[in-house]
Structure formats: structure tokens, C-alpha cells
Design a binder for this molecule. Structure first.
Ligand SMILES: [Zn+2]
Length: 647
């Protein structure tokens, strides 16, 4: 049985707005509506658990974050009569504040500030107060007092300037130089000889000259949030599979005790649950925010396996031997009994804390190395996040590097579909394929040394490019027969364009170092030089890589793939080195400068904040959930205010 592919033509709104260098993009979770009710209810409770912990991360990131957010949101929700210019600036700043979870840029770790005057801000707050705004005043505090207390937080870029400072300069302490709230009044020297029992899940505070651990657990720091999370997790348990229920109970226990032994038990239970169609990550996970690299930043994700996409991966894996038998290389290097590599494609329904609104596209957990070695890890790719990134890429960007209007339109229509298809082929039938000469004892890396990675990435890319025009893909239901030729052309054109556009990332020097980039450069330059499948054209001083012959492109890919496989199978270091030295490493800096200038002129966003799907439970007269509806807010402000309980 084969499930029909969803229409690849998608005219929905992805890019919602630009806020300075950030893009705001809607995330869709298309498969949710078709899930069985039991899974929808499970996801609903996990979604509530994800939202319940959101403010933990705000507090961890900066001690004044929650107060600052209250002030901003109260002004925005009581905005009548506020000076429009001041209000517009407060709104701009608040959007960046939401996307970055506070006043620090998530890429640079540096502070950004309100670009109005403290007087104009105070006037806006006073107006809002008249309109019914309730500000987070301390006992006996006036609104003026509150604003004076927070003034440097909002306006002074030199005050608490960096959220995480791992190299603050000579004589400075990494904990003192970092503005996050994982430590209070503690220096690295204070921790020498300190017995830290809760390395991952505590805040360290110096009180009366003594360092104290405030443990993140029920009854400890973040008690209120944690109890609420636990309540929702308990509601989720009856709807989970046995393996997942076991993991959820272990997580609840860890939230209740905070003990490392319970965290270990949870990690093991989570990693051993490999087949559940729904999964969640909820807790103190990544340690990048801590300059010491110990404290876990709170995050939550809820997701389900994307059946259609995972099915595509499994179909390719099942047909791996068919592809192996038809590889364009010597029979000597063909494998018997080849099995495709399998992984899960997932769609996220909600991401909060450290993983939202700015989201990762792939996750591999747990981080605990001893558990990974003993029990393995789980790897997921966030399909809907990747898709939303791609769909929100501005059409101008594609048009800028496309030779013709037709090429730009093809890219618009097919690039997301084609890149997902070829990425799966790269992973599933690419990396797992081919036989190595026995004398290399399964270790071609040893002889190919620094050339190995780029060569292996080239091999996997070439397998995908070689088979994307094959009718076998139609037979497997991975592409429609009538669409295939256009998909192939779009993929080849995209590949050629990418080799040009990627030069924007190498702003210094005249050599490519990164392996994936070397691989793309090598393949494109080889196809330009040898079968002349790609032509370099110049128009109005701008360079284009134009695919001029699809047949020559595919035949060239086959020839190059045969050569690359031979090099790998025989461990021919000299040939690998010559291939990359000739085609993959060096580039013309004038061309790079041209590309950089064209990209900069288009003001590409540096990062993206996602608006998450919204879930709503439908209940019967007994308050039992009878359905869960999903919708897409298309509005960052509305979603953030709803999360804070202000809408
Ligand atoms: Zn790869």
C-alpha cells in the first residue's frame, strides 16, 4: 500500500514578518489532524506541560526577564492613547525580546536595548496604568520606582552586556561576566573544592559567604512551574504507549526528587522507547548557556513521527539492494545484503524554552556520554521546521541567483520537495552503499585521512543526484511520474546555484575548509569542466551557474560517482587529494566578493523565530476531551500574549 504524496504546491503563509535581522515564520504540523484521538490527547497534555515550564527558561536566562516581560506586555495590551512612535518601538523591542527569550541575541549572546527614551517609556507605562495595566510592583513600590529599578536593563547596553561569556578577557571571571541567572554572586574560585551534587539542575547562590545549591525540583527552585508540569505529565501517562508511560513516570520522579540517579533512570527509559509514535523532551537539557557547561537550560518539545516522510525513508531503505545493484561503479565494489540506514522524521507541535521560538532542525539525545555508549541515542530530524525554513526563504533570494524566471519558479515550486527527497537518498542509500577492498579492513578513513569526509559526502550526494531521475522513485511512490522531470531539473539547478551561493559563508581567504562545502564545490566544478553540463554565464556583471544539459549532468554524475567509489574502495589518497585540489578547495575571491555583495544587498535574515501551532481541547459535558483541534495563529504577538495569559 502506498500513501499518496501530499500536494507539493503550498501557497500558505510561512514568512509572517521581519523584525530587524530576525524572520518570524509560521510552523505547520499537517499530520496532527489525522492522528488517532488517543495520540492527540496525549500530545495535548504534553503541550500543556511544555507551556507550563516556559517561564523557567525566561528566569534562567536573566533574573529580570519576567519582570521586564510583564512591563512590556502590560503596555502592549493597554496601549490606547500611547504615542504611536514610542509604541511602535516598544513593540519592535518586545518582539525581539520574545524571539530571543529576553534582551540577549541568541546568536551573538550580546544585549540589545530599547531605542526610545526612558521618559517616553515611562509616559507609555503611565498611560497604560490609567488604562488598567497591572505592573509587577514590589511591596510599597511605585510605577516610577519599578521603571527606575529596571531602567538599565532596558536601556543600557553596557549593563549586564553578555548572557554567556566564555572568554571574558584577562582577569575576568566567566561566571561574573555572564549575565544569566544560573549563578548569583558566585565566582569560579568559589567553586573550587565545592561539592556540587546537582550539577545539571541547580542554581548556585552565595549567601553569607557560603555557596548554596538551589535545586530545580518539586519543593525546590521553580516549584510552582514544576508541579504544574508534573500535573500535565501525569494526565498524559494513561494515553502513552507502555514504553513511553515508563519514560514519563521516570521523568516525573526526576522532577520530584531532582536526584542524579533518577535523571539517569529517565534518560535510559527515554532512549529505550524507540517505537512510540509520539514523543517529548521536557527538562533541563543543553548546557551551552552556562559558561562552565554544567547547568541545563530548560526546554520542551512535543512531536509525532511524520508517517508519510518516515515511510518514504523506509521504502528507500527496503529497496537499498535494488539501488546497490544498479550503482554506476565497478561490480567489484558492489555490496550484497545492503541495508538502508533508518531514522525518524518528525513534526514538532510545540517548542518552548531553550528550543523555541528559535528552533533546532535536528536533535540527538541524551547528552550523557555513558548512557549513549551503553544504550545508544535517539536521532530525529524536524521535518516541519526544515520545511518552514525553506518555504520562508525570500523569492528574491532565489531570483537573484537564477538565470531565468522559469528557473526561479521551478525552485519556488520544487526545491523543498526535491531537497527532502535527495537528503533522504543521501542518508539512506548513499552513505550505506558500496564495498571497500578487504585490505583496508573496513577503515578507508585511515588511508584517506583528511580527504575522507569530503569524499564520502560527495559519494552520498552523487548517489542522490544519480538516482533522482530514476523511474524506480515513481514505482516506490516517492514522486509523481508527471512531475519527475521538473523535480530533477529543479534539483540539478538548485545544486549548481548552491555551489555559487555557498561562497558567501567563506568571507575570508580563498579556500574552502568545511567538508560539505568542499563536496558541493568539487561536484559543481567538475560538472562545469568535464561534461559541460553547467555553464558559467555573466549578465550585468553578475555570475550565474546555469544547468544547460540535464542528460549530460546525469551521465557526468554517474562517471564521477564511479571514480569517487573507486577512490574510496581502494583508499587512493593521491587521487582523492588531486580531485579536491583541482575542483573542491580553491575559489576566485573576486567571485566570492560578488556573491557576498549580492547576498548582503538582499538583507537575508540571520535567524528565525517560529510561531507554533495552537492546540485546543474539545470537551463533552463531563469535561472529558473528545477531540483536539490544531490551528495556526500567524501572529507572534498574539501567540506570545496568549502564552503569558494576556489574551
Ligand atoms: Zn552525509
Amino acid at each position: 500500500m502506498s500513501v499518496p504524496a501530499p500536494s507539493p504546491v503550498d501557497t500558505r503563509k510561512y514568512l509572517l514578518e521581519r523584525v530587524d535581522e530576525a524572520a518570524v515564520v509560521q510552523l505547520y504540523a499537517d499530520g496532527f489532524a489525522e492522528l488517532p484521538l488517543r495520540e492527540k490527547i496525549l500530545i495535548y497534555h504534553l503541550y500543556q506541560a511544555a507551556l507550563a515550564g516556559r517561564d523557567i527558561y525566561y528566569d534562567q536566562r536573566y533574573a529580570s526577564n519576567l519582570e521586564m516581560r510583564d512591563v512590556l506586555e502590560e503596555i502592549l495590551t493597554h496601549s490606547e492613547g500611547i504615542d504611536p512612535a514610542a509604541l511602535a518601538e516598544i513593540h519592535r523591542y518586545t518582539k525581539l525580546f520574545w524571539i530571543n527569550t529576553g534582551p540577549y541575541n541568541n546568536l551573538t549572546a550580546r544585549k540589545f536595548v530599547l531605542k526610545t527614551t526612558p521618559q517616553a517609556f515611562a509616559a507609555a507605562a503611565a498611560k497604560a496604568a490609567v488604562d488598567g495595566a497591572r505592573f509587577p510592583l514590589r511591596a510599597g513600590e511605585t510605577l516610577e520606582g519599578l521603571l527606575a529599578r529596571l531602567e538599565r536593563c532596558f536601556f543600557d547596553v553596557e549593563f549586564d552586556p553578555i548572557v554567556t561569556s566564555k572568554t571574558p578577557g584577562p582577569g575576568k571571571d566567566i561566571l561574573q561576566a555572564s549575565a544569566n541567572n544560573l549563578y548569583e554572586g558566585v565566582t569560579t574560585a568559589d567553586l573550587e573544592g565545592f561539592d556540587e551534587r546537582y550539577a545539571l539542575n541547580s542554581r548556585l547562590v552565595k549567601r553569607g559567604g557560603v555557596v548554596v545549591e538551589e535545586v530545580y525540583r518539586a519543593g525546590g527552585r521553580y516549584d510552582t512551574y514544576i508541579r504544574e508540569i508534573v500535573g500535565h505529565l501525569n494526565n498524559a501517562v494513561p494515553y502513552a504507549t507502555d514504553a513511553m508511560a515508563h519514560a514519563l513516570r521516570a521523568l516525573i520522579r526526576f522532577y520530584e526528587t531532582g536526584e542524579a540517579v533518577d535523571r539517569t533512570a529517565y534518560d535510559i527509559a527515554w532512549v529505550q522507547d524507540r517505537d512510540s509514535p509520539v514523543d517529548t523532551i521536557n527538562g533541563f537539557v543543553e548546557v551551552y548557556m552556562d559558561a562552565r557547561g554544567h547547568k541545563g537550560a530548560w526546554e520542551a518539545l512535543v512531536y509525532y513521527v511524520n508517517r508519510h516522510k518516515t515511510e518514504g525513508i523506509r521504502k528507500l531503505a527496503a529497496a537499498a539492494q535494488w539501488f546497490e545493484d544498479r550503482m554506476p561503479w565497478d561490480e567489484l565494489y558492489k555490496k550484497q545484503g545492503v541495508r538502508g540506514v533508518s531514522a525518524n522524521a518528525i513534526d514538532v507541535v510545540v517548542e518552548t524554552g531553550d528550543s523555541g521560538p528559535v528552533t533546532p532542525v535536528g536533535i540527538n539525545l541524551p547528552n550523557d556520554q555513558t548512557i549513549r555508549e551503553q544504550y545508544g541515542s535517539k536521532s530525529v530530524s524536524l521535518s516541519n521546521a526544515t520545511e518552514a525554513y525553506d518555504k520562508s526563504t525570500s523569492p528574491e533570494f532565489r531570483r537573484e541567483f537564477a538565470w531565468s524566471v522559469e528557473e526561479a519558479e521551478r525552485a519556488e515550486k520544487w526545491s523543498s520537495f526535491a531537497s527532502e527527497l535527495t537528503t533522504n537518498m543521501h542518508e539512506v542509500i548513499g552513505h550505506g552503499s558500496g564495498r571497500i577492498a578487504d585490505r583496508l579492513q573496513g577503515n578507508p578513513q585511515g588511508v584517506l585521512k583528511e580527504q575522507y569526509s569530503a569524499l564520502e559526502e560527495s559519494r552520498a550526494d552523487l548517489v542522490a543526484l544519480y538516482f533522482v531521475p530514476d523511474r524506480k522513485l515513481v514505482e516506490l511512490g516517492l514522486v509523481e511520474e508527471g512531475d519527475q522531470d521538473e523535480v530533477v531539473l529543479a534539483e540539478y539547478e538548485g545544486y549548481a546555484r548552491n555551489a555559487l551561493v555557498q561562497l558567501r559563508r567563506v568571507r575570508e581567504g580563498t579556500q574552502i575548509e568545511e567538508d560539505h562545502m568542499r563536496n558541493r564545490q568539487m561536484i559543481a566544478q567538475w560538472l562545469i569542466a568535464n561534461p559541460r553540463a553547467i555553464e558559467i554565464r555573466i549578465r550585468d556583471g553578475k555570475t550565474y551557474y546555469v544547468v544547460v544539459d540535464v542528460k549530460a549532468f546525469r551521465e557526468g554524475v554517474g562517471r564521477l560517482l564511479a571514480a569517487v567509489q573507486r577512490i574510496k574502495s581502494e583508499g587512493d589518497y593521491e587521487a582523492a587529494k588531486a580531485l579536491f585540489e583541482t575542483y573542491g578547495v580553491h575559489f576566485d575571491p573576486k567571485l566570492r566578493d560578488e556573491v557576498v555583495e549580492r547576498v548582503d544587498r538582499l538583507r537575508m535574515p540571520s535567524y528565525t523565530g517560529f510561531v507554533q501551532p495552537r492546540l485546543e481541547a474539545v470537551r463533552d459535558a463531563q469535561r472529558d476531551i473528545v477531540d483536539v483541534l490544531i490551528s495556526y495563529p500567524l501572529d507572534l504577538t498574539a501567540q506570545m500574549l496568549e502564552y503569558s495569559g494576556r489574551m
